[in-house]
Write a protein that binds this ligand. Structure first.
Ligand SMILES: [Ca+2]
Ligand SMILES: [Ca+2]
Ligand SMILES: [Ca+2]
Length: 350
């Protein structure tokens, strides 16, 4: 083999080598990003767990499952503290959004569960996302009021044993709640009275006006066209109906439309202590608790400790180039140099 052919072969080999290393370098970057999560007021998932997702080109890609310890710290499913999650740079390039799902115990599939409490768009630089309740509506101004009354039996008996989210002070009763319509979203409202520690439902509803979805404890007469419940019959175990709701707590929660639990979901935008001396048919206010709904922040950064590179052990590293091996410019320069060598050798050959 003459020297020219040998040079051509060497140059060709260098091109191939650099192309292979470039590919290695790209796939190496796939795990070179760290995703950090922080939350305020995120609820204990109980037997369930949370899972983070990047929405990549419209499809969910898991960033990892986690739970919360007693102090709200992020832990893996065996209870060990986690500081960061690993994400692929290639995925991040096409990612637009971060979504937090609530996955059932034992979940092993690679798709998000139906309950997705928080979500947020990634910023343009794809370094962060602000997570807010994934309700599909803006809660905006939240307010509420209610009366105690039992309109579903006779007009005068056990009037403190029912709660109705209406305002009776005008000519005709009007809605007592100021909350956006949840029709068409993955969420619905639910009213509750917490009785001796047991939350008892008043029914679910999407709109503040109109009859709610159920009347499990009410009497036989029709109630007013607003959410509410009389607690007259079918008392849950441990409770006695009729009762007196004075001193108990009224709550409006936001529930996943596909509900997985009998107790209230963690989103509770309205809450109020029913006065201990409550008088029936008197308007009482609920407190705006919307600022207590969960929120979060996603931060994405390059792994700072990553220094070694496969290219540093290649013949290419023996050149006088001082450029960082990872820079694409170096690879291009090497390929150009190799082509140039081939050209020069071929020209001399001719
Ligand atoms: Ca799942
Ligand atoms: Ca009554
Ligand atoms: Ca009801």
């Amino acid at each position: 083999m003459n020297i020219k052919n040998r040079l051509i072969k060497t140059a060709t080999l260098l091109i191939v080598l650099q192309l292979v290393l470039s590919l290695n370098s790209v796939s190496g970057e796939a795990t070179d990003l760290e995703l950090t999560l922080s939350f305020t007021n995120l609820g204990d998932p109980g037997d369930d767990h949370y899972e983070g997702w990047l929405i990549v080109d419209g499809s969910p890609v898991s960033t990892g499952k986690f739970s919360l310890d007693a102090n709200g710290g992020i832990v893996d499913l065996s209870g060990t503290a986690i500081t960061t999650f690993s994400v692929s740079a290639i995925d991040l390039e096409l990612a637009t959004k971060f979504v937090l799902s609530l996955e059932p115990m034992g979940d092993t599939d690679t798709v998000p569960a139906a309950i997705k409490p928080l979500a947020g768009d990634l910023n343009v630089a794809k370094t962060s996302s602000t997570l807010t309740p994934n309700l599909g509506v803006d809660l905006g101004t939240v307010a509420g009021s209610y009366i105690l009354a039992t309109p579903t039996n006779d007009p005068v008996t056990n009037e403190n044993s029912g709660i109705w989210f209406l305002d009776p002070t005008g000519t005709d009763p009007v809605a007592g709640l100021t909350l956006p319509d949840l029709t068409g979203t993955d969420w619905t409202y639910e009213g509750w009275v917490v009785m001796n520690g047991t939350p008892v439902t008043t029914g679910t509803f999407d709109t503040v006006a109109g009859v709610d979805a159920s009347a499990p404890y009410s009497g036989t007469q029709a109630g007013p066209p607003f959410p509410g419940e009389d607690f007259l019959d079918n008392a849950p175990t441990g409770l006695t109906f009729p009762t007196d709701l004075s001193g108990m707590t009224a709550v409006i929660s936001i529930e996943p439309r596909i509900d997985n639990a009998a107790s209230p979901f963690q989103f509770k935008p309205l809450m109020g202590a029913i006065p201990v001396d409550a008088i029936d048919h008197t308007l009482y206010a609920l407190h705006d608790m919307s600022s207590t709904l969960a929120a979060g922040t996603v931060s994405i950064a390059e792994v700072t400790s990553e220094t070694t590179s496969t290219t540093s052990t290649t013949p290419a590293a023996t050149t006088s180039q001082s450029t960082d091996d990872d820079s694409p410019g170096f690879g291009l320069a090497l390929i150009s140099l190799s082509f140039f060598t081939i050209l020069v050798v071929k020209r001399k050959n001719n």
